[in-house]
Write a protein that binds this ligand. Structure first.
Ligand code: NAP
Length: 285
């Protein structure tokens, strides 16, 4: 039986740190606030939004939701973001993606000010991850993987880390964060040959492929730590990860459940960004 690396413990530890920051802000007369920008009402966006509002309100952070028409044009969307950039009461902005097809993300990602960009949509924040510059806001999901591993004291220095997936939101920035912790990193993708054999060599195997239960017993070996970033629906319409949990948990040493693992920590990382932004603006950092 593998040790389960659940989100509950790291989330509770982070909550204590974050509550102390909220108290400092309160003393300075600042009420932290994040705005979610959502086009239309996709069920997965609504579900993430409900979870974030609950977590944020529990911490004393306000969340405002700006629901925009799903057919909004580029100019109107740009003006909405520029207004949020100028609004001193808003400390952070999260724009749900993917954006509707008429909006050009390659242009819009530069419109949101890097100081208010809480999930590394703006390339300035992503570049800072690659430059090991901690002054920006890294993408929350890979940051949550690092938080979770640090909480459970998973040693990364000199270890072989294999990351399945190379997206700009998860796989690539995560590889840089792992390198910064002195891991030896292999990044795999859909064209990688002999994937299961490479995965089996890992000390820490991270699955971020977006394929339900793809990582089966063939991909793992005894002693490994397996991190499942995936959020998918299985054939019965139930939430599941990229790892076939039932097939691998009797083989590996440690594994994150999905749901109940990385996802929960991601929301706390987002809250930490909003508080850091509010502290910076209040001159408290
Ligand atoms: P993505 O943009 O679709 O990227 C998937 C990556 O996996 C790509 O690099 C792709 O390779 C690779 N891949 C796909 N099929 C593969 C295969 N059969 N073998 C090897 N590599 C394969 O996905 P993403 O946005 O990074 O998200 C990954 C997963 O994480 C999804 O399940 C998503 O729902 C989840 N997610 C979770 C959180 C959280 O908070 N837990 C947040 C964001 C996303 P190519 O580059 O060659 O196409």
């Amino acid at each position: 039986m593998a040790e389960l690396l659940k989100s509950k413990e790291p989330v509770a530890a982070m909550k204590e740190r974050l509550a102390a920051q909220v108290a400092r802000l309160e003393q300075a007369g600042v009420r932290p606030k994040m705005t979610i920008v959502r086009c239309g009402a996709r069920p997965d966006d609504l579900s993430y939004e409900a979870g974030a509002i609950k977590r944020f309100n529990g911490l004393g952070i306000d969340v405002e939701v700006k629901e925009l028409p799903v057919d909004i044009d580029q100019q109107a969307f740009t003006e909405q973001i520029q207004a949020l950039n100028r609004d001193d009461a808003v400390h952070g902005v999260l724009i749900f993606r993917p954006l509707p097809p008429q909006l050009d993300e390659s242009v819009l990602k530069y419109v949101l000010s890097p100081e208010k960009d809480m999930d590394a949509m703006n390339p300035d924040n992503l570049a800072k991850v690659f430059a090991a510059d901690s002054s920006g806001y890294p993408p929350c999901t890979p940051e949550a993987v690092m938080e979770l591993l640090a909480h459970y004291q998973v040693d990364l220095a000199g270890k072989n880390v294999v990351i399945l997936g190379r997206s700009m939101v998860v796989g690539k920035p995560l590889a840089m964060m792992m390198l910064a912790k002195n891991a030896t990193v292999t990044i795999c993708h859909s064209k990688t040959q002999n994937l299961p054999a490479i995965a089996r060599q890992a000390d820490v195997l991270v699955a971020c492929v977006g394929k339900a239960k793809m990582v089966n017993a063939e991909y793992v070996s005894p002693g490994q730590t397996v991190v499942d970033v995936g959020i998918n629906m299985d054939e019965d319409g139930k939430l599941c990860g990229d790892v076939d949990f039932a097939a691998v948990e009797s083989i590996v040493a440690r594994i994150t459940p999905a749901p109940g693992g990385v996802g929960g920590v991601t929301t706390s990382c987002l809250a930490a960004h909003v508080l850091r932004s509010a502290m910076k603006r209040a001159g408290l950092e």
